[in-house]
Design a protein around this ligand. Structure first.
Ligand SMILES: C[S@@+](CC[C@H](N)C(=O)[O-])C[C@H]1O[C@@H](n2cnc3c(N)ncnc32)[C@H](O)[C@@H]1O
Length: 283
């Protein structure tokens, strides 16, 4: 049964910012009518059926309460892939695409040697870094770890959905404890929890809805970075590259950790907003 509420009137009367309302309505059109996003314009006089209308109202109200759009529509674009996301996993951020680009550059450099490049993604969450790399590069073997079983379930499901499940090996555990002691890699990438426990951002915006274990180390913000940096040499090939994401004000501390860990060729990388976002170093 159709309501008499058209797309035009629903979008026009929504209290949401117009771009957000359109994203949610496009999701409704796809789910209930298998219609593409373009229907927002071409079918704007269409009246929603009662079930679709109830779904729209539910999503609109949850978004007005602050729930992240990615959780409401169950997906987020990252690099050149689309990932399923749900409340058990961090929503991949655009700035993390920098780690993917650093990884791809290193893979291209090593590919001259005609060898399979071994990559480790520590704290894979939805599988973002591991799957974006595997999607782009054919000559890599990727291991992706996480401590959270919920995150690993979503990462595995993303690998399946993207038809990459045979090319990524998933493992559960506390940082390097998830892999064998003798396992070595050409590249280690990680976007670990780096927000300090007292940081007010944890109680604001999307972060309120994301798993705390993905956001904060419940300490200074540097303890996971420290574990990853100090453990890297034991799991890197000679000249192997470690690159870690960090908070915009943590690059000095991360550089110092890499120096203390006796990594060389230490470099700071800027994200698209111009913030120091990643530090890399080599064994
Ligand atoms: C900031 S999220 C990054 C997720 C994903 N790599 C991304 O960029 O979207 C950090 C991830 O590290 C995982 N994590 C937290 N503590 C961990 C630990 N001790 N060992 C392994 N993974 C851990 C979390 O479950 C979470 O998935």
């Amino acid at each position: 049964m159709s309501s008499d509420l058209t797309l035009r009137s629903l979008l026009g009367n929504s209290q949401l910012p117009p771009n957000e309302a359109r994203i949610l309505m496009a999701h409704i059109l796809e789910k209930h009518y298998a219609l593409p996003r373009s229907a927002l314009l071409s079918r704007d006089d269409m009246a929603l059926e009662v079930q679709a209308l109830a779904h729209w109202k539910e999503l609109e109200s949850k978004r007005l309460d602050g729930e992240p759009i990615a959780y409401l529509i169950g997906k987020r674009g990252f690099h050149n892939i689309e990932l399923q996301v749900a409340p058990g996993v961090l929503i991949p951020r655009a700035e993390t695409e920098l780690l993917v680009d650093i990884g791809l550059k290193e893979i291209a450099r090593l590919t001259d040697n005609q060898k399979m490049v071994k990559v480790l993604d520590l704290g894979t969450g939805s599988g973002a870094i591991a799957l974006a790399l595997t999607h782009e590069a054919s000559n890599i073997s990727v291991t992706a770890t996480d401590q959270s079983l919920d995150a690993l379930a979503i990462a595995r499901s993303n690998a399946h959905y993207l038809e990459l499940e045979n090319r990524v090996c998933f493992a559960q555990g506390n940082w390097y404890e998830a892999i064998s002691k003798n396992d070595v890699f050409d590249i280690i990438l990680s976007n670990p929890p780096y927000i300090a426990n007292h940081d007010p951002h944890l109680t604001q915006g999307d972060l309120r809805f994301e798993p705390l274990s993905a956001l904060t180390d419940h300490s200074t913000g540097l303890t996971c970075l420290e574990t990853i940096i100090f453990g890297a040499k034991a799991h890197l090939n000679t000249e192997g590259l470690l690159a870690v994401e960090h908070g915009f004000d943590q690059s000095e501390a991360v550089v110092e950790l890499m120096r203390t860990a006796q990594l060389k060729d230490i470099q700071i990388h800027l994200d698209l907003a111009g913030h120091n976002r990643v530090v890399s170093g080599r064994k």
